[in-house]
Design a protein around this ligand. Structure first.
Ligand SMILES: *[C@@H]1O[C@H](CO)[C@@H](O)[C@H](O)[C@H]1NC(C)=O
Ligand SMILES: *[C@@H]1O[C@H](CO)[C@@H](O)[C@H](O)[C@H]1NC(C)=O
Ligand SMILES: *[C@@H]1O[C@H](CO)[C@@H](O)[C@H](O)[C@H]1NC(C)=O
Ligand SMILES: *[C@@H]1O[C@H](CO)[C@@H](O)[C@H](O)[C@H]1NC(C)=O
Ligand SMILES: *[C@@H]1O[C@H](CO)[C@@H](O)[C@H](O)[C@H]1NC(C)=O
Ligand SMILES: *[C@@H]1O[C@H](CO)[C@@H](O)[C@H](O)[C@H]1NC(C)=O
Ligand SMILES: *[C@@H]1O[C@H](CO)[C@@H](O)[C@H](O)[C@H]1NC(C)=O
Ligand SMILES: *[C@@H]1O[C@H](CO)[C@@H](O)[C@H](O)[C@H]1NC(C)=O
Length: 413
């Protein structure tokens, strides 16, 4: 027997607005609240109510239309739930609210607007779901400043297991588009992200995704334009497989940053593949960045990487952004392969690799790496320092790479 009850989501709404949350059995269907008295409605409470009633062994459907999200949504213990999103979610412009209330996610004191955890969760957008972070407001008020405390990540998976996310579009994300933390067996496919500032201020840190303390993450068929790292594998990530991704205006395929933790906690990254990645007009393409901290990177493959006008396609550093302790780092980088890396570098540097003298890199190899400087006439340079087994690596080293080599260049070297 079907049990139908209708929960008026916002009793306080003047004029008795029609109910927007329809609960039928274990299926909760949410339709956007109408505007009332010229004021923007807030759909976050009725969405939270839907998850309260249907977030375990159920289904939550967000219908077509525009949902206004005015509050943080913290959904930590979902289980066996299918989430269908057919409409747009637009996060409110109340920057002061978000700065005070975004949910902390431990990593580097970052925080998020929406956190999802639990197990056996699918979130499907059918190519129709649109997440609009109204990021331009964030980019403009940040005025190109560095990471702002409280500036929220759009969506965080947190202690989540067996999750499938598919067919969602993001525009103008507030901060990172997604973050995968303390999670395992996460599949994220067919996602389209674009956060591009239309003012003089750059977006600053609108990464496509970052994985951290997570394992078995599968990413496939994404298009990302973001102004910062496209796909970044951070500390304690194991078995991360990324394929068929096109990154624009980004750091593209990134391991790191690593080795910069409070109390010198180690960062381990193991078993990562990036395959069939195109990096267009990007800062770097297939790179590993660590601070001079603790941990290890082991078994990384960058294959079928296409660079199109990339500032410095292959880059490895043991002292990112600081040039401090470059040769004292205790974070060895081992067994990294670059296979079929082709395309164009903006200047005459195809690869710059500076490993720590105290923890040299080992097991590096190049196979069919062919990068041509954009000007069509410079000879590409491959700079190498502290690589064990360099002679057998296949890296056509043309010189040494100084410790303080920059992440981005502004001309031939
Ligand atoms: C609630 O959903 C059920 C199942 O889809 C539908 O039959 C019913 O008409 C809906 N009720 C309202 C008030 O929309
Ligand atoms: C991993 O998650 C997927 C959903 O994306 C699920 O179908 C699959 O059964 C999970 N695998 C395991 C081993 O639980
Ligand atoms: C890749 O994802 C896009 C959405 O970003 C979608 O339109 C396209 O159909 C997907 N391609 C495949 C092969 O599934
Ligand atoms: C991303 O958005 C900007 C601004 O709207 C646009 O110029 C650019 O072409 C978009 N990128 C892609 C890959 O569509
Ligand atoms: C590589 O990825 C692109 C999407 O960026 C896709 O269109 C293309 O089919 C993929 N190529 C292979 C060989 O899978
Ligand atoms: C990574 O995992 C190790 C244990 O394997 C732990 O000691 C360390 O604190 C973790 N690092 C971070 C940054 O969480
Ligand atoms: C390296 O990582 C890949 C991708 O995660 C995995 O399939 C492979 O088994 C790993 N190789 C070794 C030697 O551990
Ligand atoms: C490298 O490219 C060649 C030629 O296109 C292809 O046959 C080979 O499978 C590629 N290697 C990998 C590891 O994808």
């Amino acid at each position: 027997m079907m049990l139908t009850s209708i929960i008026p989501a916002l009793l306080a709404l003047a004029g008795g607005a029609s109910a927007a949350l329809n609960v039928t059995g274990s299926t909760c269907t949410v339709t956007p609240l109408p505007a009332s008295g010229g004021r923007e409605p807030d759909d976050s409470q009725q969405i939270l109510d839907a998850f309260k009633q249907c977030g375990k062994n159920g289904k939550v459907i967000l219908e077509e239309g525009l949902f206004h999200i005015g509050k943080v949504m913290d959904l930590k213990d979902l289980s066996n739930v299918d989430i269908e999103i057919h409409g747009t979610l637009r996060w409110s412009s109340d920057i002061q609210y978000w700065l005070r209330n975004s949910i902390g996610v431990e990593y580097a004191q970052r925080s998020t607007a929406w956190r999802i955890g639990g197990q056996d969760i699918s979130i499907r957008g059918f190519g129709k779901a649109l997440f609009d972070g109204q990021g331009q407001l964030w980019y403009d008020q940040n005025r190109g400043g560095s990471n702002q405390a409280g500036r929220p990540i759009s969506l965080t998976l947190w202690h989540a297991k067996n999750v499938f996310i598919d067919g969602i579009t993001w525009r103008q994300s507030q901060f990172w588009h997604t973050f995968v933390a303390y999670s395992e067996n996460i599949t994220m496919t067919n996602l389209d992200m674009n956060s591009t500032s239309n003012s003089q201020w750059s977006t600053v840190n609108t990464d496509g995704t970052d994985t951290w303390n997570s394992k078995d993450v599968f990413i496939k068929n994404w298009t990302v334009t973001c102004g910062d790292d496209c796909i970044a594998i951070k500390g304690n990530s194991t078995n991360i497989q990324v394929s068929d991704v096109h990154c624009y205006e980004s750091g593209c395929a990134t391991i790191g940053s690593l080795g910069n933790n409070p109390g010198n906690a180690p960062d381990y990254v193991q078993d990562v593949t990036f395959d069939n990645i195109t990096c267009t007009h990007s800062s770097n393409a297939a790179w590993v960045k660590t601070y001079s901290g603790n941990g290890r990177v082991r078994n990384v493959t960058f294959s079928n990487i296409r660079a199109e006008n990339v500032n410095q396609p292959i880059y490895v550093t043991s002292c990112i952004y600081t040039a401090r302790g470059c040769d004292q780092s205790r974070l060895p980088i081992q067994d990294v392969r670059w296979i079929n890396v082709t395309g164009t570098s903006r200047y005459n540097i195809a690869a710059a690799i500076h490993c720590s003298a105290s923890s040299p890199c080992s097991g590096f190899s190049f196979e069919n790496v062919e990068i041509t400087p954009l000007d069509g006439k410079s000879t590409p340079k491959y700079l190498c320092s502290n690589i064990q087994g360099q002679a057998e690596s296949g890296i056509p080293c043309t010189g040494t790479c100084p410790a303080d080599w920059p992440q981005q260049l502004n001309g031939n070297r």
